[in-house]
Design a protein around this ligand. Structure first.
Ligand code: CA
Length: 251
């Protein structure tokens, strides 16, 4: 299978030149010209690519932000930044947000191709790489804290009292339970629970989280089960002693 390269570049002549030359080397190339589209593709399925060639100054989302967000969901996709920003601090920032290589524009084609070969050689074929999302296990019921939930009968009790959850709240709870212990990004919740990506406000996920906390936490302001992981998302912990031991959880 040909290595698959996603090129994010808003200057058409550079993008077309890259595509032409990379394809001539036997790579499969996808071009996108805005940061917003790139972010959507990567959040939806970063495993679809073996390498990312990324411009920094882009319409929509900047290359730095793309790197940063991508690294939260995928640590192994090699990133080559291709940018006119040539200051040492620009390069340093690029590496800080997770880039593997940084090449200045204008670039030498042979050098770019050598760097691409180098990155693809260093990073194992992504088909064999561990998937960022483990297959979730189906759970039919769970007891945690004061709550007992049966996902087949939709029966939910807290302190022995019946509680009504909406269908969406139950789906969200189920996703947390099936992925317990793992940090889950808001974007993943939107894709997996709401079946939308990108456009819908991640803030609405937060609203649902507040409702779950209100229902299940003794002190919703100091959650023991539905933890916020700062700048990343959420983590569900059924056993609260584990939450107290945790060092990554804030409030
Ligand atoms: Ca640009």
């Amino acid at each position: 299978m040909k290595p698959r390269i996603l090129v994010v570049e808003d200057e058409t002549h550079i993008a077309q030149g890259l595509k032409y030359n990379l394809e001539a080397e036997g790579y499969k190339v996808s071009l996108v010209d805005t940061g917003t589209t790139a972010m959507k593709l990567l959040e939806n399925d970063s495993q679809a690519y073996d390498l990312l060639i990324l411009d920094l100054m882009l319409p929509g989302v900047s290359g730095y932000t793309i790197c940063e967000k991508l690294r939260q969901i995928d640590q192994s996709l090699p990133i080559l930044i291709l940018s006119a920003r040539s200051l040492a601090e620009d390069r340093a920032r690029g590496f800080d947000v997770g880039a593997n290589q940084y090449l200045n524009k204008p670039f030498d084609l042979d050098e770019l191709l050598a760097r691409v070969r180098n990155l693809l050689r260093l990073h194992p074929k992504r088909e064999n790489a561990p998937k960022p999302k483990p297959l979730s296990t189906k759970v039919t019921e769970i007891q945690f804290g004061r709550a007992s939930v049966n996902f087949e009968t939709y029966q939910v009790t807290v302190d022995g009292r019946d509680v009504k959850l909406t269908h969406k709240e139950l789906s969200l709870l189920r996703y947390f339970v099936e992925n317990q212990g793992r940090v889950i990004s808001r974007q993943e919740l939107l894709t997996e629970v709401w079946d939308v990506s990108g456009e819908m406000q991640t803030r609405s996920v937060d609203q649902f989280l507040l409702r779950l906390r209100k229902t299940f936490e003794i002190d919703p302001a100091n959650p023991k089960h539905f933890l916020t992981i700062r700048d990343v998302g959420y983590r569900f912990v059924p056993n609260s002693s584990e939450a107290e031991d945790s060092t990554v959880a804030d409030h």
